[in-house]
Structure formats: structure tokens, C-alpha cells
Design a protein around this ligand. Sequence first.
Ligand SMILES: Nc1ncnc2c1ncn2[C@@H]1O[C@H](COP(=O)(O)OP(=O)(O)OP(=O)(O)O)[C@@H](O)[C@H]1O
Ligand SMILES: [Mg+2]
Length: 208
Amino acid sequence: MAGRFISLEGGEGTGKSTQAKALAKAIESKGITVHLTREPGGTPGAEIIRNLLLTGQEDKWNMRTEALLFAAARAEHCQSLIEPALEKDEWIISDRFIDSSRAYQSVSGQLNDEDIMALHRVGSCGLMPHRTFILDLPEEVAARRADARDRGDSDRIGGRDSDYHHSVMSKFREYAKDEPGRIKLIDAAESQEDITANLLHDLSDLLD
Ligand SMILES: Nc1ncnc2c1ncn2[C@@H]1O[C@H](COP(=O)(O)OP(=O)(O)OP(=O)(O)O)[C@@H](O)[C@H]1O
Ligand SMILES: [Mg+2]
């Protein structure tokens, strides 16, 4: 069976990491080699860039620098981990990928979606996932879940205000409308087990 690249996307606290782990386990149980990975990060070099991006003061980087750092981390991730795995017919499940850059770093008046995709072409030859799941949860529910987990100690980007996170979630929903073949919007208010079953159902064409 061919290698497949799946990404999980959505705002903070929507259950991406929980589902990425559960999905990797379910697919591995079918005898497929799965790499569970994340962005920013996933390789030693990209994890160093992750640390630069997610720690420190909110205004430490301007939005252009931030977008370039994400693209640089992604270039490492694609070339050192994702592409070699796909060539070996293995699966990649990534906790966030390019759609997060589109939703978080395209900020009106600064960078648009075309700019983010241009950086992705330069850095990573425009590599796209075979399927993307956007975990959709009302923002207040997601914020409660993330707060319960972090006790208010969010990272540099997670700590931005509610208007910013509202705009991120609206953009994710738009992407799902624009690319219904690749992107599936998933109701993240259901139980963890039901969500994993829905993800597997939406992968059945790739698993056959
Ligand atoms: N379906 C669910 N129902 C209730 N709680 C959940 C569900 N899925 C995950 N959680 C809990 O919500 C919290 C956030 O989940 P998780 O860490 O997977 O989200 P995330 O999207 O990876 O967040 P972040 O963007 O901050 O990395 C965790 O404490 C997790 O145990
Ligand atoms: Mg997470």
C-alpha cells in the first residue's frame, strides 16, 4: 500500500494531539508503519526552531519572521522525515501542518494566503497532505479544555487574544469548504473514541 500523509489541524485545545496519537495507534494495528509527528518540529533541527517560535514574549518575532521560521522548520520536517517515509510507503500523521501556517500567520495587512503558500513552495516544494482533518470545537469549549490542561500557562502563540483565535478558526472552516476532497471538518465535541472512529471512517478510501 502507498505511503499516506495525514494532518490534524484546529485551534488550541481542540484535541489534535489526542486524536493524532489514537489514529496512529489504530493505523499501526493494521500492520502499517506510522510516524507520529508534529509541527512546528518533528526533526531535531525543526524542534530547535519550535522552541524559538513558541517560547518568550508574544512580540519577540514579527509576523513575517514568524512565518519564515515556520516555513524553515517545515522544510526540515518535509525533507528529513516526511518525504523519506512516504518513499518507503510508510504513513505520516502530523499534529498540525501547512493549514496552521495559513490560519495563524496570514494576518490581514501583513501576509496573505498566497504569501504563506509561496513560502511553502520555496521551503518544501509545496508538499500537501493526502487528507487533513480540522477538529472543530466552539472556541470557549476548546479554551476551557486547554486551560484545564495547561492551568493558564499557554505558549507564545496560544496566548494571543480571543479575536485572533476566532479568526484562526474561521479560516480553518473556510479551507474545509474550499477543498472538500482533502479537508474534512470533524465535530470535536464528541467523545474521543467516537472522533477516532469518524477519522478512520473518513480514511477508508486511503486504507483500502
Ligand atoms: N473528545 C474529547 N472530549 C473531552 N476532552 C478531550 C477530548 N479530546 C481531548 N480532550 C482533552 O482536552 C485537552 C486538549 O486536548 P489536546 O491536548 O489533544 O488538544 P490539542 O488540540 O493538541 O491542543 P494544543 O493546540 O494546545 O496542542 C486535553 O486535556 C485532552 O485530554
Ligand atoms: Mg497538542
